[in-house]
Ligand binder design. Structure first.
Ligand code: GLN
Ligand code: ZN
Length: 763
């Protein structure tokens, strides 16, 4: 008889209605005290536990909750606080913790970057000045809390040492082994204390095993886990992988731990098990419910798969769980009462996924009959959803089928295009611009809410947006920026906005997921073939352009970013939807151009994060992303200037792809990664126009002119001035109005001074 255990890897932190976000922001704005903040967040955390217990999950995680980011939690637990923040040792206090994440007026924040192939961002640990010590045993505190408050015996979750070190920076690759040796005793201490407290299962997250690791790292990992097992024999360690196929399957499943967690969705773990087997003496934790999307699981299929897995592995215990933490999906579909019931019936968010897990566990343990009613309901909902009218659009399917290589070609080469564009646009050297969005004030957000509630009319709302555009065109003219933007005030979010306008998408009311810090996004859902329905950005852009002689950039979100930041169906190939989105955006580009817009920016900040974790499969993804981008821009005149923008990723290794997008101008964030991208330019000769973000927009601090000059001069030592643009590193929507104006003033001034000094220099 096999023992079946239901489990969760991580629950969303944000609360059903983003209470978490509001608590954080109120604390940062000092509208609530620290005690009140702690009280509110305790409540959210405990509610999350209660809910999972109520649903009937056997292994409920603790340690998945965070005040900002679980990687930062791990860093501060190990005493890793960059020297620029005051810190005397011991447990890191809350305000120091937030300073590392957000920066202060004296110290820049630590870099943020994307968590594997997701849209979650973590704070990169900086090991350069670290002496590793255990400053507090957070997993233990949270384990005790759940035990004492609810009598729940939880499964503590820790970020694993291999992943943690691989994601950190500030050390030489050759020092990896040494650092791991220093870190291992700290893990041991945590686990021994947990063991003493009575913990049984402990989940160690090692998603890094889905990436390509060297033999040395694998070898060091084996040694470290061996030591950990010996030192805390009472703990049943569950080594958890996710987000992709484990690249060194044999080595990973032979690590000295009790259980191995594999991703059966993105990781296709079953093929590996069939090909290489699974160790008899280990427990398999099977991630079979998709932790990365929002669709109802086909329970019949999953149960079938589980039966097959059970046959294949001969293990005494199977843990059934989501394929990854549920951090990446919204909390519950229960609140989506405004959706078409058929669509609602096709959905499953975090809570519903947990119910699916409990159902499957029951089905696997007691047989199909035990869950007969659930299976029938499931089949009914899925049939209705899959047969519904919004699923198919024959015309779009045909358009995509007819695409050829030439459909994505702009004709004239960059060199010829840029000459025509320069003649038309007449911009100075080192042109200044911004990335698109301008501050979204409280008043704007309130007005939008009232509009959504029907309290003000469309006309009044649109008038309000126009006033903002007008105000900011004037501000930008006064600042003497060279290329203006309309400000994106009509958009809450760069993807959701297009989801609302494109055919084939629906948007939710509370479908939020955490992106970075307190910022959440609400990805739209692709429920059928995607097509152009109505102009999406023309009205606002053309209005803005009518107010000024300077060029106003049209602003679109690119096809790959729209796709990566949406929830996409499993039953249509991703590239098909990608090309459908590209064709719809192409129409929008054409409309902007027809209406006199000379510069169009198509943002692709999510291009890199969609990369599969295994490098060997990158090529396909990158080719389709490039194709879709080029398709979107393929029909514009050569003197229409195409821009693109990317941020918060490592771009070094996809530079060739960036070049192939064939955008005339690209702006890339570099200020938060402190100019590391520059080294890439030393090696590559990038010939197109480029703006490297000259200051970090995520921090409330106003950059000094020295700092900006330094950043720009640094860049100009490598990139010729004729190619260089000056801009902040990302959109300004999260900043305050005054901060924005002050920072842009410094930026424009720096550009002017540099132009002067270039004039003085002999050619
Ligand atoms: N144009 C968008 C903005 O300025 C780009 C945002 C992004 O890169 N994430 O807000
Ligand atoms: Zn950006």
């Amino acid at each position: 008889m096999t023992t079946i255990i239901s489990s969760n890897l991580g629950y969303p932190r944000i609360g059903e209605k983003r209470q978490w976000k509001y608590a954080l922001e109120q604390y940062w704005n000092q509208t609530i005290s620290q005690e009140e903040f702690i009280r509110q967040t305790d409540q959210i955390r405990l509610d999350n536990l209660k809910k999972q217990k109520y649903i009937g999950i056997d292994l409920i995680p603790t340690g998945d909750f965070s005040f900002y980011d679980h990687v930062l939690d791990t860093s501060v637990m190990f005493g890793i606080v960059p020297k620029r923040f005051p810190y005397q040792g011991g447990k890191v206090d809350l305000d120091t913790y937030f300073s590392i994440a957000r920066g202060t007026k004296d110290a820049v924040a630590s870099e943020i970057t994307k968590w594997f192939n997701t849209n979650y961002h973590y704070i990169v640990p900086e090991l350069q000045d670290a002496s590793l010590t255990l400053t507090s045993n957070r997993p233990l505190e949270l384990f005790k809390e759940a035990k004492e408050q609810f009598g729940i015996h939880t499964k503590p979750v820790l970020l694993g040492p291999i992943t943690f070190l691989q994601l950190a920076k500030g050390y030489k690759e050759s020092d990896f082994g040494k650092l791991l040796e220093a870190l291992t005793p700290l893990y041991i201490q945590i686990l021994q204390e947990l063991q003493e407290e009575g913990a049984t299962w402990v989940q160690i997250d090692e998603p890094i095993f889905a990436t390509n690791l060297s033999d040395e790292v694998l070898h060091d990992a084996h040694l470290a886990y061996e030591k950990i097992r010996e030192a805390a024999p009472g703990i049943q360690l569950l080594l958890q992988t996710y987000f992709g196929k484990v690249t060194n399957y044999k080595e990973v499943v032979s690590l000295p731990v009790k259980a191995i967690g594999l991703d059966f969705i993105l990781g296709d773990a079953f093929s590996q098990i069939k090909a290489y087997g699974f160790p008899k003496d280990k427990v398999l934790a099977a991630g079979i419910i998709n932790g990365r999307n929002v669709w109802r699981t086909d329970l019949n299929k999953s149960l079938q798969l589980l039966e097959e897995i059970k046959q294949a592995i001969e293990s005494e215990t199977i843990i059934i769980q989501p394929s990854s933490s549920l951090l990446h999906v919204p909390v519950t579909k229960r609140l989506e009462t405004e959706l078409d019931p058929i669509i609602q019936g096709g959905l499953s968010f975090a809570d519903e996924k947990l119910v699916e897990i409990v159902t499957l566990a029951k089905g696997l343990e007691y047989g199909k009959e035990a869950i007969q009613q659930d299976l029938e309901n499931n089949t009914q909902s899925l049939i209705q959803f899959n047969q519904s009218a919004f699923k198919r659009n024959e015309q779009v399917q045909k358009d995509v089928e007819e695409l050829t290589k030439d459909s994505a070609d702009r004709g004239l080469s960059f060199v010829d295009r840029i000459a025509l564009q320069k003649r038309r646009l007449k911009l100075p050297v080192l042109p200044t611009t911004t990335i698109g969005s301008l501050p979204q004030t409280k008043e704007l957000k309130e007005t939008r809410t009232r509009y959504r509630k029907g309290e003000i009319s469309v006309t009044d709302y649109e008038h309000f947006i126009q006033q903002l555009i007008k105000k900011w065109i004037k501000i930008q003219e006064d600042l003497e920026l060279d290329v203006l933007v309309h400000g994106e005030f009509e958009r809450t979010d760069m993807v959701e906005y297009f989801g609302e306008k494109l055919e084939g998408f629906v948007v939710t009311k509370f479908g939020w997921v955490q992106s970075y810090g307190s910022r959440c996004v609400k990805p739209p859902l692709v429920v059928g073939d995607v097509s152009f329905d109505q102009p999406m950005t023309v009205k606002e852009t053309v209005y803005a352009q009518s107010l000024t002689d300077k060029p106003v950039k049209g602003m679109l979100t690119g096809p790959t970013t729209i796709l990566n930041w949406s929830f996409v169906p499993d039953d249509i190939p991703r590239v098909t939807i990608l090309n459908q989105v590209a064709l719809a955006l192409k129409k929008e580009v054409e409309l902007l151009e027809e209406n006199g817009i000379k510069i169009i920016q198509i943002d692709e900040p999510a291009l890199r994060e969609g990369l599969p974790l295994d490098r060997n499969t990158w090529q396909n993804y990158l080719e389709s992303a490039v194709y879709a981008f080029r398709l979107t821009t393929s029909s514009v005149q050569p003197d229409t200037q195409i821009h693109t923008h990317m941020c918060y990723s490592n771009f070094q290794d996809i530079f060739e792809t960036i070049d192939q997008l064939d955008a005339d101008v690209i702006s890339i964030e570099t200020s938060r990664s402190h100019g590391e991208l520059l080294s890439t330019f030393k090696e590559n000769t990038y010939k197109k126009d480029i703006g490297l973000g000259v200051y970090d927009i995520h921090s409330p601090r106003i950059p000094s002119s020295q700092e900006l000059n330094h950043n720009i001069e640094n860049a100009l030592s490598i990139i010729p001035a004729e190619q260089f643009w000056i801009n902040p590193d990302c959109g300004l929507k999260t900043r305050k109005t005054n901060e924005t104006i002050s920072a842009l003033k410094v930026m424009v001034q720096a550009a002017k001074e540099l132009r002067q000094s270039l004039l003085l220099q002999p050619k």
